[in-house]
Design a protein around this ligand. Structure first.
Ligand code: RUB
Length: 313
């Protein structure tokens, strides 16, 4: 039987757990499974099991800095605590790490509430919103505005090949919103009547570029042609600090059978999970620290990621 960590990694890979926030939350919870299920009797042994879990979880989806930032923070904490403990202090070490990871999960919940406040303030009564894929952050913002009594119209792109747009449409309809599912390439006509585009984020680079579900870049280009504002709803933890040093965000290539189960002979298939939208097409990032222009996102994110303000106090 697969371990609880392997099961989580499998669920992330197969998109049973989908979207950067849900992935990061599941990965932090799985790191606690690794600590709880570890048979090691020493501090270093438990830490080694944690590191193995971090590798397995990070490999599940390569374009997920939020997952990497949080798991990295947990490992750094574990390393610092281990340095001041005896090897026989494994039970205490376990408790410390479990507590740290629980605080990180609470931080994610607190951040999303702050983000929803900033995002919903941007949405005015009567607006038409276009979105793409399923971002729990975007749906959270839209539902928050709806609950404030604002009447919104939403167009959700279906998002081939895995149709995450259906999750968005169903979630918004259940919350009482006026929502229409649009075929991906049909979005141009809806943009003509739209006021704003809201998408999520898997990764944000040092230059303020956005990596999100494939199709986002095309949507941004069309929004620009129609002079429709384009925002990404993203916690600062989506920032990838390595991009500051020239490391390019890896774009996950998924199994071609998602596109065509039994393709005709000699047909090549391309199935990237994400694409990159240049900063110049983005009006701003809606984050937990406010609405931040792409040019300032790296600094805001590093302040948060390095700051250790994960409700530790
Ligand atoms: C999901 C996707 C979402 C971001 C943000 O892609 O691109 O826009 O992950 O989601 P996939 P959230 O379905 O391949 O995971 O706002 O929930 O973090």
């Amino acid at each position: 039987m697969p371990s609880r960590v392997e099961k989580t990694a499998e669920d992330i890979k197969a998109l049973r757990i989908q979207g950067a926030r849900n992935i990061a939350k599941a990965a932090v919870a799985a790191l606690n499974y690794a600590v709880e299920d570890s048979k090691a009797k020493t501090v270093d042994g438990v830490k080694a099991d944690m590191i193995r879990a971090v590798f397995a979880l990070s490999a599940a989806r390569p374009t997920e800095p939020m997952l990497r930032n949080y798991l990295g923070k947990s490992i750094a904490f574990a390393g610092a605590e281990a340095a001041s403990l005896r090897q026989s202090d494994a039970p205490k070490f376990r408790q410390l790490v479990l507590g740290k990871n629980m605080r990180m999960l609470r931080e994610m919940d607190a951040d999303i509430e702050k983000l929803k406040k900033h995002g919903s303030a941007l949405l005015a009564d009567g607006m038409t919103v276009v979105t793409h894929c399923h971002s729990s952050t975007v749906t959270g913002v839209i539902i928050a505005a709806h609950r404030q009594g604002k009447k919104l119209k939403v167009f959700a792109c279906e998002t081939r090949p895995r149709f995450q747009g259906r999750i968005t449409a169903e979630e918004l309809a259940k919350a009482g919103l006026d929502v229409t599912l649009s075929v991906d390439m049909g979005v141009d006509r809806h943009l003509k009547k739209a006021d704003i585009v809201l998408v999520g984020a898997d990764a944000i680079t040092a230059t303020g570029d956005l990596i999100n579900k494939v199709g986002t870049a095309g949507l941004a280009h069309l929004a620009s042609l129609h002079s429709v504002s384009f925002f990404s709803c993203a916690e600062t933890y989506k920032y990838d600090p390595l991009t500051k040093y020239g490391v390019r965000e890896k774009i996950e290539e998924r199994d071609v059978r998602e596109v065509w189960e039994k393709p005709a002979r000699r047909v090549k298939i391309s199935n990237p999970a994400f694409d990159a939208t240049a900063a110049r097409y983005i009006n701003g990032y809606i984050t937990e620290v406010g609405i931040v222009p792409p040019s300032a996102i790296a600094e805001a994110a590093m302040r948060k990621i390095k700051g250790g303000n994960d409700a530790e106090q």
